[in-house]
Design a protein around this ligand. Structure first.
Ligand code: ADP
Ligand code: LRH
Length: 490
């Protein structure tokens, strides 16, 4: 049959969802089934508070969502799972060895030095092509006291896939965020594995988006009230989001905007030059062997964590109203570096932003509205600087910028991005990640005439289905020549 329904499980760092995709030759229709919160859980550990993911609760929410999905649509032909990158669970005898660590847990920093002692930063980059982030999986491994007890490490979507099917695998796009995958061969790299101190056999066999992982285990099928195979998708959420960029021309850049902002372009081969490494750009694996050449420049975490701080003081804040007040700010606000590592851990974000400004000779924002404006100006400036750098490194002539994900609903951020880049911004879809997840499953199942379709054909399907909101650069708001790490007021 040419039409059918698939279920996408998309786990973001702030929320998870189960969304059905009804696919036919006209396009894709999404039907949200379940949405649930996600976030760090703090647990005391000897002399400190450690950040974890409650993956057991996520499993419960996912199976609950699938139960609702099967109740509404028993005909579901496939299930696909994606999540945020880098984090993993350790298994021994098939059993989880403790709750996975959260990438914002500070323990990982101890792993950086240990890995660098074995392979210096240049050699690491030459092999993995990965942006240095202190929570890259190899650094987490090197700081993980349970590693020597473990027989297997499974990244989060692979862990959920294992619990659903009993099959262990490492989906390749997400594996590319570990720092143990070779950017050129796209296989596990023995030198990188050794540098992270990984026991033999810890990392499972690599598999690709579109491969079938396995059928639901009988006990799981009972639990969810139906059955279907689990199909591997771009299980790194950003890989799925990039599949669903509604681009109709080749020379586009994308910003996948949520907790993080992933700013970049799609290439056919990795760029491992000194310039790429100096700019801290990453070569992550995309669906169909494409390279996601991008940079993680932090994201709306800065805003959500500020809101959380203010709400702890007793206020109850409406995001729309806060963004409207930020849009009305006319006073100059400081532009700070959103990727500064002082903003990584949970905590009082406005105080940290004020501290950054103080340390760099800038006056701190004076009100909540100014803080929000400063965050969005700083993100938009970082986007523009990053696209300038990426354009220079890749010689790609970027003509338009697609913003996808939750942040594409932020009209002020989209407009500022158009102003700072001087390029038209096309905003949406909001649920790009789920759409990319759905499309890769639909292609594997041959739904909607998509069997064997190229990424371009998948994107054309998205472009037929969703109409992005267009933002045009305002001439009088375009900033002068962008330079990296600009530290002045706008
Ligand atoms: P993740 O997948 O990382 O959990 P999402 O793609 O779901 O993130 O994006 C979440 C972000 O989207 C929020 O932090 C918030 O800033 C933004 N957002 C969500 N809803 C709105 C809205 N109605 N208007 C503006 N921004 C929004
Ligand atoms: C976005 C994301 C991003 C990674 C980060 C850890 O959700 O997957 O691509 O850098 O989480």
């Amino acid at each position: 049959t040419n039409s059918g329904t698939v279920a996408a499980v998309d786990l973001g760092a702030t929320s998870g969802r189960v969304i059905l995709g009804h696919v036919d030759t006209a396009g894709v229709r999404m039907e949200p089934v379940a949405r649930f919160p996600n976030g760090p859980v703090t647990l005391h550990e000897h002399d400190r508070e450690a950040l974890h993911w409650d993956v057991v609760e996520l499993y419960r929410q996912v199976t609950d969502g699938l139960r609702q999905a099967f109740a509404a649509h028993p005909e579901i032909v496939s299930i696909g799972i994606d999540s945020w990158a880098v984090d993993y669970g350790l298994l021994r005898d098939g059993r989880l060895l403790g709750l996975p660590s959260h990438y914002r847990d500070e323990r990982h920093e101890g792993g950086v030095e240990a890995v660098h002692e074995r392979l210096d930063a240049a050699e690491l980059y030459a092999r993995s092509g990965l942006q240095h982030l202190p929570f890259n999986t190899v650094f987490q491994f090197a700081a993980d006291p349970s590693l020597q007890l473990a027989q297997r490490a499974l990244l989060i979507p692979d862990l959920l896939g294992y619990w659903l099917t009993g099959v262990e695998a490492a989906e390749r796009t997400n594996a590319s965020t570990t720092g143990a995958l070779n950017a050129t061969t796209r296989g596990w790299d023995p030198a990188l594995r050794a540098a992270a101190g990984l026991p033999a056999g810890l990392l499972p066999t690599l598999r690709d988006p579109g491969d079938r992982l396995g059928h639901l285990l009988p006990a799981v099928a009972d639990l969810v009230g139906g059955t279907a195979p689990v199909t591997l998708v771009g299980s790194h959420d950003t890989a799925s989001a990039v599949v669903a960029v509604p681009a109709t021309e080749p020379d586009f850049a994308y910003i996948s905007s949520g907790t993080w902002s992933l700013v970049g372009v799609e290439l056919d081969a990795p760029v491992l030059s000194d310039a790429a490494r100096d700019a801290n750009c990453t070569n992550e694996g995309g669906v169909d062997g494409r390279v996601r050449f991008l940079k993680n420049v932090s994201g709306l975490w800065l805003l959500s964590e500020s809101v959380r701080t203010w709400e702890r003081g007793g206020a109850s804040l409406d995001l729309e109203a806060l963004l409207a007040s930020a849009a009305a700010v006319t006073a100059p606000v400081p532009v700070f570096d959103p990727a500064d590592e002082s903003f990584t851990a949970p905590g009082d974000m406005p105080a940290r932003i004020a501290a950054w400004c103080g340390a760099h000779g800038l006056s701190a924002p004076a009100s909540r509205a100014e803080f929000v404006r400063s965050i969005l100006e700083s993100l938009a400036t970082a986007y523009a600087d990053t696209l300038t750098t990426i354009g220079a490194i890749t010689s790609k002539d970027v003509r338009q910028v697609h913003i996808v994900g939750g942040g594409s609903q932020n009209r002020l951020l989209c407009q500022l991005t158009a102003d700072r880049t001087g390029l038209p911004v096309l905003a949406g879809p909001v649920e790009a990640t789920a759409l990319g997840n759905i499309l890769v499953q639909a292609r594997a199942a041959g739904l909607g005439g998509l069997g064997g379709a190229s990424l371009e054909a998948l994107r054309a399907t998205i472009a037929r289905t969703v109409e992005p909101v267009r933002y045009t650069p305002r001439a009088d708001h375009t900033s002068p020549q962008s330079t990296p790490r600009r530290r002045m007021s706008v």
